[in-house]
Design a protein. Structure first.
Length: 293
């Protein structure tokens, strides 16, 4: 039953391999729980009480609210699929709400911090892959998974563009600066992939495709050199990219396309921290901003 669902979201919904792995893990964890605590492996027989017991189990085992909500989302999608194919008549998650929590505010890097980091990377000639990873994340705003899955043939040095395959296998074209193009071209000269990694742009010294864990480690390590901010992840570089281009006058609709967001609301998150910049623009540009009564 789980395999049928995974096949459905892979073929019909065209979800990424990363998403499939997450769904599979969440559903298998739930199956293990109901088998042990509810005495059944028939997921069509599950009721709301079993769902609530699962939530209690996760909470008692110190799962974060964000992780619990992700598992709930996986279960919700799974049971909607069972409704769709007629295996159940009512979803056990019909009136089960996600847990409320206040997301920790993510503070982007400042432009000064990114300039300092660029100088460090320029001096660190022994770690060119790390330089290429950080500059690509910051200059394109691409996601960590998109970077790891970037195909070699999708980097176009003739037109200075990168084709990125994002969520739901949606593709977008992102322009790159001549500076980034030069960095990436230099990387191609030292890149020595194994046969199975040949299709991917970013490979490590051992010839293997880079992993998301490796990318996180690289970013966290280098950002630690220039900031004391708590969040030092690849997503912070994406956040910084969006914030900095918006601060420098880019239209939010254009930034939405660059980031691969499906809705403008997702992009507007990056405008929340720019109120001081907006005030400055208002005071400089609005005809009534500084007019005395």
């Amino acid at each position: 039953m789980i395999e049928k669902f995974l096949e459905y979201i892979a073929v019909e919904k065209r979800y990424s391999e990363h998403t499939l792995i997450s769904y599979k893990k969440d559903l298998e964890d739930f199956l293990l729980f109901v088998s042990d605590k509810e005495g059944t492996t028939d997921l069509t027989k599950i009721d709301k009480k079993a769902i609530r017991n699962f939530l209690v189990h996760l909470t008692e085992n110190d799962f974060q609210k964000r992780s619990i909500n992700r598992k709930l989302s996986s279960l919700r999608s799974f049971y909607l699929f069972l409704l769709k194919i007629g295996d159940i008549e009512v979803s056990p998650l019909e009136s089960v709400s996600s847990l409320k929590f206040y997301a920790e505010k993510q503070i982007p890097m400042s432009e000064e911090e990114m300039t300092e980091l660029s100088e460090i990377l320029d001096e660190d000639t022994e770690h060119f892959l790390e330089k290429a990873i950080i500059e690509t994340l910051y200059q394109t705003g691409m996601r960590k998974a998109e970077l790891c899955g970037l195909f070699f043939d999708n980097v176009d040095f003739t037109s200075n563009e990168i084709k990125i395959k994002g969520k739901g296998n949606k593709e977008r074209i992102v322009p790159i600066s001549s500076v980034l193009a030069e960095i990436l071209y230099k990387f191609t000269e030292i890149r020595k992939p194994l046969p199975e990694s040949e299709i991917y742009f970013f490979v490590r010294e051992n010839g293997k495709k880079i992993s998301e864990k490796f990318v996180y480690s690289v970013v966290n390590s280098y950002l630690s050199m220039v900031t004391s901010k708590k969040k030092k992840s690849p997503h912070i570089l994406r956040h910084s990219f969006a914030t900095h281009v918006l601060n420098n006058g880019a239209e939010i609709s254009k930034v939405k396309k660059l980031l691969g967001h499906s809705s403008l609301a997702s992009t507007q998150v990056y405008t929340n921290g720019n109120i001081e910049q907006l005030k400055k623009v208002f005071n400089q540009a609005h005809p009534r901003a500084n007019r005395e009564d």
